[in-house]
Design a protein around this ligand. Sequence first.
Ligand code: GUN
Length: 284
Amino acid sequence: MSARCIDGKQLAKDIREGVGADVKAFVAGTGVRPGLAVVLVGDDPASAVYVRNKKKACDAAGLFVVDHPLPAATPQAALLDVIQRLNADDAVHGILVQLPLPAHIDSQVILHAVSPDKDVDGFHPFNVGRLVEGAAGFVPCTPKGVIRMIESTGETIQGKQAVVVGRSNIVGKPAAMLLLHHHATVTLCHSRTRDLPAVCRGADILVAAIGKPQFITGDMVKDGAIVLDVGINRLDDGRLVGDVHFEQVRERAGWISPVPGGVGPMTIAMLLVNTLEGARRAVA
Ligand code: GUN
């Protein structure tokens, strides 16, 4: 069996275009242009690429971007000042603080300082709590994109065995929660999971968010499974690969998301969706 590809790039493009049309209508109806503040501290090259892509997508969809590049040595107190100003700025409906932050800054303090009403990443404990409750709040962009990708296959989530590998606050934990809300039976795995390959082989839906190149091999996947690859890893030979061994797993899976062109573009599309949602709430 050769898996069908979940084309995140195309799906994200369609969603971005839909957001663009919605933004146009929103501006016409309210006179308000949705605005996203992007805070990047330091010069991590991967973060710089992500932020550039996020800003480009915002521009194309008609969102207003407030750019806040800050030097790597920015003191925590100065970063907090920037966030307080953005919290108070009515033209800003979403605040994104790109992670990771430099080591001298306590990320938790910073993420807790972002107003929950502008927390388009869904990282503030208020929104984390709303997600656990199943109530309306901002949902983190990557797992939100993963769910849209599964839905795009036309397969149901309800009743399926879903295995999420990786327990990060950004992806693994919220992905598990969203799958649970969609009535999957969810197993959340991590580095200390016993016999991980056997657990993965039980998955109808497998979400790989480990951060290790080609970690999920063909023998770890059930025939016909839906496999979502959240990883982005650069190999020594320069190739960009996911956490899934694509060539092996495509022979087993029913559906598979590629890297690049899978989950990555969907994260950006969901950021646009969340920013427009922030603006809608602000004028409601
Ligand atoms: N770093 C890696 N992924 C993300 C994300 O989704 N949001 C932010 N703010 N930083 C990230």
